[in-house]
Design a protein around this ligand. Structure first.
Ligand code: AMP
Ligand code: GLY
Length: 425
């Protein structure tokens, strides 16, 4: 089979790495890809959000199966465009991707089906939103309804902050159309984890859980980012908690989507808050997490390609995937200044030595080749990923590799998986 992966980040490198290992894959393309992906796939300069460009590429290269990595093209209907062109695709339709693309859609679905999540209201009118915030008090969470590149959520500690966020979105046009409606919801206490499951629209195949680290700096300080590191498995998401989340949240969602005539086919990424009453939904994403995908692919023992195809074809019911009991952990190296301003083009050295550390794979997120040199080409640049029998050992391996990378312009967090690794005294 000739396979095309859409995207060019660390998630897509991990997907390409896993897909390239499948005996079913005879030729792998990635668009746009990056310098690391180029080691396992032929990269083509077509933007991840360029729907006609990606369909053209797939037709030209006689692609049999497309795997869409990022959320924006899914929410914009890229899977529908491939389907209309008669090309098999992994990733939900535009209607199903509303689970990520519209927070109020998901909140309404939860309310209708009794799926545990934060209590909320939706507003387009600023005065009504302000009155609601004053009535509820703080802490309270204000969210742009649409996709806002991960920046549309304000966890307000004071009523003033919440009012300002609502004004920014509803009157200040801060997130454009994505912020023309807001969801204002109850602040949930607890520990956040991510759970992943495949669906063919009817059946659900649970994958595993992971925990991301959203803040830029150690100790969960600094601005929110796309994710600075992840690990799997997560102690708090034990087998019993996982099954509760599947039974109370994920399966009812898949059933509701099917009944609504908009079946969800793809990977459902449930952001959960594990609190005193059990798991509650924070949000859904309609694709793999980045960097969570990197640790998932490192733990997966089975061929991923038939499982992804079964999401498109149906037939997930009889599917099983094998996972290693080992832990996997990834550390993100980002350009100094990320997530705000940062420079591109600095050189990264030492990658070969780092990749030789036992159990380590280095996935590229934002890199560009310049002859034999590797240059930084984004905010999140490298994902140094390791497997080992325990989270602690995976962490040691990953940081041993990180320390072999010579890139003064980069930085990373030093405390990935701190919740799972108790400091030794
Ligand atoms: P989201 O984009 O919806 O995942 O929100 C981004 C982050 O904001 C989440 O990962 C949580 O850390 C936090 N968050 C969102 N909603 C809530 C909530 N209702 N209570 C507490 N924290 C929240
Ligand atoms: N790691 C967070 C995300 O992929 O949205």
């Amino acid at each position: 089979m000739r396979i095309l992966v859409v995207g060019g980040g660390g998630r897509e490198h991990a997907l390409c790495w896993a897909i390239a290992a499948s005996p079913l894959c005879t030729k792998l393309f990635c668009a746009p890809g990056n310098a690391g992906i180029a080691q396992v796939a032929e990269c083509v300069e077509v933007g991840a959000e360029d729907i006609p460009g990606q369909v053209d590429l797939a037709q030209r290269e006689k692609i049999d199966f497309v795997v869409i990595g990022p959320d924006a093209p899914l929410v914009a209907g890229m899977a529908d465009a491939f389907a209309a062109a008669g090309i098999k695709v992994f990733g939900p339709s535009k209607d199903a991707a509303r689970l990520e693309g519209s927070k109020s859609f998901t909140k309404a679905l939860c309310r209708q089906h009794g799926i545990p999540t934060a209590d909320y209201e939706r507003f387009t009118d600023l005065a009504a939103a302000e009155a609601y915030i004053r009535r509820q008090g703080a802490p309270i969470v204000v969210k742009a309804d649409g996709l806002a590149a991960g920046k549309g959520v304000i966890v307000a500690e004071t009523v003033e902050q919440a009012l300002e966020a609502a004004r920014d979105m509803l009157a200040g046009n801060r997130f454009g159309a994505a912020g023309a409606a807001v969801v204002i919801e109850e602040f949930m206490e607890g520990e956040e984890v991510s759970l992943f499951a495949l669906s063919d629209g009817e059946h659900v195949l649970p994958l595993v859980g992971a925990q991301d680290h959203k803040r830029a700096f150690d100790g969960d300080k600094g601005p929110n980012t796309g994710g600075m590191g992840a690990y799997s498995p997560v102690p708090i998401l034990d087998a019993a908690m996982f099954e509760r989340a599947m039974a109370e949240i994920v399966r009812p969602t898949v059933k509701a989507m099917k009944e609504a005539g908009t079946p969800f086919r793809g990977v459902l990424y449930a952001g959960l808050m594990i609190g005193p009453s059990g798991p509650r939904l924070v949000e859904y994403n309609c694709r793999f997490g980045d960097p969570e995908c990197q640790v998932l692919m490192m733990r997966l023992r089975s061929d991923i390609v038939p499982a992804l195809m079964a999401c498109a074809d149906g037939g997930l019911k009889h599917f099983d995937l094998r996972w290693t009991n080992d832990a996997a952990l990834t550390v993100i190296l980002a350009t100094k200044g990320y997530p705000d301003g940062y420079a591109k083009g600095s050189e990264i050295r030492g990658l070969d030595a780092a990749a030789k550390v036992e159990g380590v794979e280095i996935f590229h997120a934002g890199t560009k080749a310049d002859g034999s040199r590797i240059l930084a080409n984004g905010g999140r640049v490298l994902n140094v990923t390791a497997v080992a029998p325990t989270v602690r050992e995976a962490r040691e391996r990953a940081y041993r590799a990180v320390d072999l990378i010579d890139w003064p312009e980069g930085f990373c967090r030093r405390d990935i998986a701190w919740r799972a690794v108790v400091p030794q005294s």
